[in-house]
Design a protein around this ligand. Sequence first.
Ligand SMILES: Cc1ncc(C[n+]2csc(CCOP(=O)(O)OP(=O)(O)O)c2C)c(N)n1
Length: 598
Amino acid sequence: MHEPSAPIPAPLTIPAPRPTGSGAVDQAVAVWSALAELGLAEAVLSPGSRSAPLVYALAADEVAGRIRAHVRIDERAAAFTALGLGRLDPARPAAVVTTSGTATAHLHAAVMEAHHSRIPLLVLTADRPAELREVGANQTTRQAGMFRSLVRLAVDLPAPTAEAASPVELRTAVSTAARALAAATGEHPGPVHLNLSFRDPLVPRAEESEQPDRTAAPERIVVTRRVPAPAPAPQPVPVDSRTVVVAGDGAGPAAAALADAHGLPLLAEPSSGALMADGLVPRHPALLREVMADPAHPLRPRRAIVLGHPTLSRPVVGALLGAPDVEVVVVDPHPDWPDVARRASLVVPAAIGQEIPGTGQEAAGAGQDAASAGAAPAAPAAPEIDLVQRRAWVEAWRTAADAAAARLPQPWQQRAALAVWEASGPGDLLVLGSSSLVRDLEQHAGPTSAQVIANRGLAGIDGTTAMAGGLALARAAQDGPGERGRTRLLVGDLTALHDLTGLLVGPEEPRPELDVIVVDDGGGRIFSGLEHAAAPPALLRRFFTTPHGADIAAVAAGLGADARSLEADELPATLAEPAQGLRVLVVQESLSEVPRNS
Ligand SMILES: Cc1ncc(C[n+]2csc(CCOP(=O)(O)OP(=O)(O)O)c2C)c(N)n1
């Protein structure tokens, strides 16, 4: 028999909502009450009529003050804001609420990112009742189930009775909301979709005098609380002196712990959450390219243990994890583990390293080989002390990585990215956009104690500013005053322009404390470094680089941000200034040479 490991939680109930004269509002009150009871504390709403019951319900006595509301005009910005708001605490996702029709389509990108990044997200879309579907009713489309396999749960909840939701309708809504939250935060975290049909009236109608006796104890509705399964038990993974640990996006401290327990080199992405490891090999991609191009290279690994979601560099994802002589082991508790080269021989939900005996000598040999090639001083060979040999190997990796990185060009954009990286320390949160800057940091940045987050689920350039705003708002709500550092977002100019509505935070809304640093080089630099670099220059420029000629600081200021343009050399000093509110710093190489649309 198993001993119970945790106290049994007490049953959870909410009061049945007081009748409002609108079944839709009654049901919305019940849904919010249940979600609040289960820990949901943030909701992002976009304006619309069909979703009005969810707005009125937020102000109802049963809910008021328990869920913080944020309003965004653009549903895509709303959804990415919710993604950021729910990202720091996997047990407390945020909700996004829209009206019916095309509004729902704008949620799609955030739902995709939430699916691939495994971020809990509650999507609540309002819809018309069955009698108004497929008959040409205004703003009515086939939105039930529209996110298909991207969501962990999709429910098309029928509309409650017009004037008052019945007990079974309320119980159904509450139980569905609880099930949705459990699915979003369960063993495979991600987005869920509740399509809520509302029948007129959509506004509360009851006069105070018509309310039932407010002193009577209301009937209570049970709220299902699902206790999540315990974290999976670690399974042994083979480790030897030629093993490296790869920490992709979101790998977390487990990657650092595994590497350090065995003295292994750790090849970590900036948003891995593992950059504190002793075995970290900063600036590894250029070296890894050399290592994997040479089957006899003294640093060549024979095994890679992968945690998180690696996507950034071809030397890691293609050359290392695709090499026929490298055994790939993946550590991932979810059914959609990453294995791009389809070479993983073992997948475990959590790992504990198990040394393969008899390979200790080779680590010392590798360290000495690399050192004699001018890469690292050899540690004294001490075969009986395995960790000493391993340290020599890690040192050899580090020294060779620095040497390979030093041979690369250092464009001004990269220096700007490093200035932002270096300005971020303990307590700070750095959000990285997709594209070249995150790769610059993977190639050139050192360790950091700042928290680093990026949308690497699908690496979109959409919604990044809104997502960072959500993160900043969540941090402000979590921490006591004065305890948190700054939240910064580092993006390219196309990424910034793509999500301008992410800057649109109305004057009555909670305002994110956020620095948006835009490295404006007049288009997408990334394409010049890919195979398209060989394209005819005019074609590369117009169809890939995509010059825009926009004055981003002026646009951002027009949207209400405290925005300014500055030259790259001014960035370190500007970042060191005490900052407040939503700032946009548009960094250019030289302010006098920026082409503008007239
Ligand atoms: C929504 C979306 N559209 C298109 C892309 C393809 N894409 C990847 S990077 C990029 C250019 C980004 O340019 P910028 O933000 O200026 O960054 P830079 O490359 O200059 O660092 C584009 C269009 C994408 N990732 N996501």
